[in-house]
Design a protein. Structure first.
Length: 288
C-alpha cells in the first residue's frame, strides 16, 4: 500500500495574479493554532517560499510553543513563491528580486553573467505593498504595526531595496546573505538616498551571512572547481560587504534605526537558511 501524501497542518495556498506586472505568484500562508491577540498576529512576509516556506512555518510553530523561552509569539507566515513544484524559479526570482538601472544610468555590473533579465524589483514590491498586504489584512486579523520582510540571497538584496525605498512598509527587515554585489551600482545609490532622507519611522534591520561565504569549506578544497569558487568568494566579498553596510547605517546614529549583523559559524550560502529562519523570528519578536 502506498504512503499517503503529506500536507503541512495549518497552511493554505493560493495563486494570485499581480496587477502591477501581470505575473502569477503562489502565496503560502501558515496560520498559528492559537487565536490572534487583540491587536492581531505579527506577520512575516518571506520570499523564495517554494523552497523555504515549510522551514519558516515549522520553525515558527516550534519556537512559539515555548514562547517563554524563545520570545516568539504565534506569527502569521506569508510566503511568496511561484506556480511551480520546483524549489526555485531562477529566471523569475532573478528578475523580481533585483533593481532596475537608474534612468540613463549604467546597467547592473554583473547583469551580463546571467542568461535572464534583471530589474523587476519595483513592480514586484508594488505587488507586495499595494496588493498582497491588503489581501492578507482583509482575510486575517493582523497587527499592522508588527510586520516584517525576509529574503535570502537575491531575496536579501530585494529586502534591502524595500528598506531603502519603502522603509515604513515593515517594522523589521531581514536580509539573509544579501547579494549586494549583484545590485551595484543601484543599491548603493538607494542606500545613499535612504541615509540622506532620515524621514523613516522606527525600523529594524538584521543582515546575516555564513562563515563560508567568503572562504572555502574544508570539504570544498578538494573539489574540481575549488579555485574558481574561491575566486568568486574573493570577488563578491559577502561578509565584508554586509559588515560595511551595517557600519555605514550605524554611523548615521539614528535612534529610530537599528541595524545588526550576524555571521554564522560553520554555515555557507545555502546551509544558513534554517539557522537564519530561527534567528529571524527571534529578531522580529525583539528577543534577539
Amino acid at each position: 500500500m502506498p504512503f499517503d501524501q503529506v500536507s503541512l497542518p495549518g497552511t493554505q495556498m493560493r495563486d494570485v495574479v499581480a496587477g502591477s506586472n501581470g505575473q502569477a505568484y503562489r502565496i503560502f500562508v501558515a496560520v498559528p493554532k492559537s487565536e490572534p491577540p487583540p491587536d492581531g498576529y505579527p506577520v512575516l512576509y518571506m520570499l523564495d517560499a517554494n523552497s523555504s516556506f515549510a522551514t519558516m512555518a515549522q520553525t515558527m510553530a516550534v519556537l512559539s510553543i515555548w514562547r517563554d523561552g524563545t520570545g516568539v509569539q504565534p506569527t502569521l507566515i506569508v510566503g511568496i513563491g511561484y506556480p511551480t513544484d520546483d524549489a526555485f524559479d531562477a529566471a523569475r526570482r532573478g528578475f523580481d528580486y533585483t533593481p532596475a538601472p537608474e534612468p540613463g544610468g549604467p546597467e547592473l555590473v554583473h547583469a551580463h553573467r546571467l542568461s535572464y533579465p534583471m530589474g523587476g524589483a519595483e513592480p514586484f514590491l508594488a505587488f507586495i505593498t499595494a496588493e498582497l498586504k491588503p489581501l492578507i489584512e482583509s482575510e486575517y486579523h493582523v497587527d499592522r504595526g508588527r510586520q516584517a520582510l525576509f529574503g535570502h540571497s537575491f531575496g536579501g538584496l530585494f529586502t534591502l531595496y524595500a528598506l531603502f525605498t519603502r522603509p515604513n512598509e515593515f517594522r523589521s527587515y531581514v536580509a539573509a546573505s544579501p547579494s549586494l554585489a549583484w545590485g551595484q551600482p543601484v543599491i548603493t545609490t538607494l542606500e545613499e538616498r535612504f541615509a540622506a532622507a532620515a524621514d523613516h519611522g522606527h525600523v529594524r534591520l538584521l543582515v546575516t551571512a555564513g562563515e563560508f561565504e567568503q572562504k572555502l569549506n574544508p570539504w570544498e578544497r578538494d573539489l574540481p572547481r575549488a579555485a574558481e569558487t574561491e575566486a568568486y568568494y574573493r570577488e563578491f566579498r559577502m561578509i565584508d560587504r554586509a559588515r560595511a553596510l551595517i557600519e555605514r547605517l550605524n554611523a548615521l546614529r539614528r535612534p529610530q534605526l537599528e541595524a545588526r549583523l550576524r555571521v554564522f559559524e560553520g554555515e555557507g550560502h545555502m546551509s544558513l537558511v534554517p539557522t537564519a529562519a530561527s534567528h529571524s523570528l527571534r529578531f522580529v519578536a525583539g528577543t534577539l
